[in-house]
Design a protein around this ligand. Structure first.
Ligand code: ADP
Length: 397
């Protein structure tokens, strides 16, 4: 079974054609600067060199056409016709309270995604444009929407409500939603598989540490708490996002720097995090290198980052009355042994004992705590596209 996975932004479209039976990516790539001068198309067939070429794409429909042509190209393509594809899976960032699982797309679903677009104004409109373009160009294929928020919909009101006047929840649905849900779901399932346990018996903390970072408490396979909120700004320190701060900082800076509220929010989203602290980079490889070379702020940024992750793990140990497993995933979680070590150094009181050799031995799926100790600590490479493909297939089978 083959699924075309589409992740659409306002001016970009990432795609992967996944053979779900073999767990392989047949081809993948990206359309950039859609509707902007100098739009670019990238295509990489499994086992071949990446191709990149300037290709005019005046809208997302053009972009989808270019993707279809590349996939079915007699020379460099991977399928002979669209008939070989079983379904299309779309990543949609925000499903609001309406969607707690992936769904097949129809007019009513499109309307519901549109209805929650004010909760994700930078993301949902892009996804909708991509969905409409695919429906037009591939009318015979079933299309599914897979939501970043869906996995977190099992949180109870005690975890998702903000302690602000309740009318704002009633009127505007202001609450914690959480993001990266596809990754948290996938990684918690893989954690159970690697430990050879039934997920129903496990209390797992999933640390998704990428450019954006979030952490979740998963009890018996269900999310009971997560660090991102109404938007992805809350929670952990990230590459360019502040994560948790005192909300009064916003009005304080507005007054001192003569900024609008939106301008401060932009600073908190795009110029903060480890980039804001160090002025060096949002990329952890640069921060780690600078810290090694003696840059004190880089060292402080790494310490602050690890402390925030450790504090959330402690909080989630309380929320779940214990932890059986801690799983690290995404760019930093999978690759940065130093950050994992710094986080785990705080967690001896929970029983965590890292196996330093395992911790430093690459980025493959594995247990990195001392055998027989609890909680188990694992590295689990995330695979959001495969998860989207599998969720899509479950709807069309
Ligand atoms: P995104 O949220 O964009 O999907 P990723 O999951 O790819 O992000 O994570 C990007 C982060 O992972 C960057 O900060 C990068 O520095 C970090 N990273 C990637 N590879 C390594 C590595 N080998 N060592 C340390 N950090 C890494």
């Amino acid at each position: 079974m083959k699924v075309l996975v589409i992740n659409c932004g306002s001016s970009s479209l990432k795609y992967q054609l996944i053979d779900a039976d073999k767990d392989t990516v047949m081809a993948k790539g990206l359309c950039e600067r859609i509707g902007i001068d100098g739009s670019n198309f990238e295509y990489k067939k499994d086992g071949a060199e990446k191709l990149s070429r300037l290709t005019e794409m005046k809208d997302h429909k053009d972009a989808v056409s270019v993707v279809i042509s590349a996939l079915t190209d007699p020379e460099n393509g991977v399928i002979s016709s669209l008939d070989e594809i079983d379904a299309v899976g779309h990543r949609v960032v925000h499903g609001g309270e309406r969607f707690n699982r992936a769904v097949l797309i129809n007019d009513e679903v499109i309307q519901a995604i549109e209805d929650v677009s004010d909760l994700a104004p930078l993301h949902n409109p892009g996804a909708l444009i991509g969905i409409r373009a695919c429906m037009e160009l591939m009318p015979s294929l079933k299309q599914a929407a897979v939501f970043d928020t869906a996995f977190h919909q099992t949180m109870g009101a005690e975890a998702y409500l903000y302690a602000i006047p309740y009318e704002y929840y009633e009127k505007y649905k202001v609450r914690r939603y959480g993001f990266h849900g596809t990754s948290h779901a996938y990684v918690s399932e893989r954690t159970a598989a690697v430990l050879n346990k039934d997920i129903k018996d496990l209390k797992t903390v999933v640390c998704h540490l990428g450019n954006g970072a979030s952490i979740s408490a998963v009890k018996g396979g269900k999310c009971v708490d997560t660090s991102m909120g109404l938007t992805p700004l809350e929670g952990l320190i990230m590459g360019t996002r502040s994560g948790d701060i005192d909300p009064a900082v916003i009005t304080f800076l507005m007054g001192k720097e003569n900024l609008t509220g939106q301008e401060v929010i932009d600073i908190l989203n795009k110029k903060s995090g480890v980039l804001g602290l160090t002025g060096i980079s949002s990329d952890f490889r640069d921060i780690a290198k600078a810290a090694l070379e003696g840059n004190e702020m880089a060292e402080t940024a790494l310490q602050a980052y690890a402390l925030r992750v450790a504090k959330y793990i402690g909080a989630y140990a309380a929320a779940m009355n214990g932890i059986d497993a801690i799983a690290f995933t995404a760019g930093i979680g999978e690759n940065h042994a130093g950050i994992r070590k710094r986080v785990c150094d705080y967690l001896g009181f929970l029983g965590v004992k890292l196996d330093d050799k395992e911790n430093e031995s690459g980025s493959d799926e594995r247990v990195i705590s001392v055998s027989g100790t609890k909680p188990a600590v694992l590295v689990i490479p995330t695979n959001e596209e495969l998860s989207i493909a599998l969720q899509t297939l479950a709807l069309v089978d």
